[in-house]
Design a binder for this molecule. Structure first.
Ligand code: ADP
Length: 161
C-alpha cells in the first residue's frame, strides 16, 4: 500500500488543493491530508471545521483521509507509514519556500521524499488567502471552492461584517 501525506493549512480547502489531491489519487493507494494548526497564520476556520470541509470535498474519493498534523512533518509521515510528501507548486513564487522546506525535510529524514505537482492552469493563481479576501469583500467564490465551503465562508464572515 503506497501512502502519501499532503500537508497544509487548508483554511479553507479550494479547487486548487482538490486538483492536487485528485492527481495524487491516481498515483497512490492512500492519501492523508494533514491539516496543520498554523496559529501564526491565524486561521479563519478551526481545525475541526477545516477537517470537515476536507472530508466533505473528498467524499467521492474513498482512499483520501483527513487528519490533524501533529509534531514534526517527517515524523508524522513515518508514523502514517508513508515515504513521501506531496506539495503543490503554483507560480515561481512558491518555488523558493518549497525548495527550502523540501531540503530541510530531507536533512531531517532522507527516507522521506517530497513530490511536487502542478495544478490545472486555471488554479495556478488560487490560494486560500485570496478566496478569503474575495469572500470577505462580498465577491463570488463559486469558481474556486465547493458549494459547502462557500456556505461555510458566508456563515463565518457574516459574523465579522
Ligand atoms: P495556501 O497556500 O493556499 O494557504 P496551504 O498552506 O493549505 O494553502 O497549502 C498546502 C499545499 O497546497 C501547498 O503545497 C500549496 O502550495 C498547495 N496549494 C495551495 N493552493 C494550490 C493551488 N491553487 N494549486 C496547487 N497547489 C496549491
Amino acid at each position: 500500500m503506497r501512502t502519501v501525506v499532503y500537508p497544509g493549512s487548508f483554511d479553507p480547502i479550494t479547487y486548487g488543493h482538490l486538483d492536487i489531491i485528485q492527481r495524487a489519487a491516481k498515483l497512490f493507494d492512500r492519501i492523508v491530508v494533514a491539516i496543520a494548526n498554523n496559529d501564526a497564520k491565524r486561521p479563519l476556520f478551526s481545525m475541526n471545521e477545516r477537517r470537515e470541509m476536507v472530508l466533505k470535498s473528498v467524499a467521492h474519493l474513498p482512499h483520501v483521509e483527513a487528519d490533524k498534523l501533529t509534531g514534526l512533518l517527517v515524523d508524522y509521515v513515518r508514523k502514517q507509514g508513508a515515504k513521501a510528501i506531496i506539495r503543490g507548486l503554483r507560480a515561481v513564487s512558491d518555488f523558493e519556500f518549497e525548495f527550502q522546506l523540501a531540503l530541510m525535510n530531507r536533512k531531517l529524514d532522507d527516507r522521506v521524499e517530497t513530490i511536487f505537482m502542478m495544478p490545472k492552469e486555471s488554479y495556478v493563481f488560487l490560494s486560500s488567502r485570496i478566496v478569503k479576501e474575495i469572500a470577505r469583500l462580498g465577491g463570488d467564490v463559486s469558481a474556486f471552492v465547493p458549494l459547502h465551503v462557500q456556505k461555510a465562508l458566508d456563515r463565518k464572515l457574516a459574523k465579522t461584517r
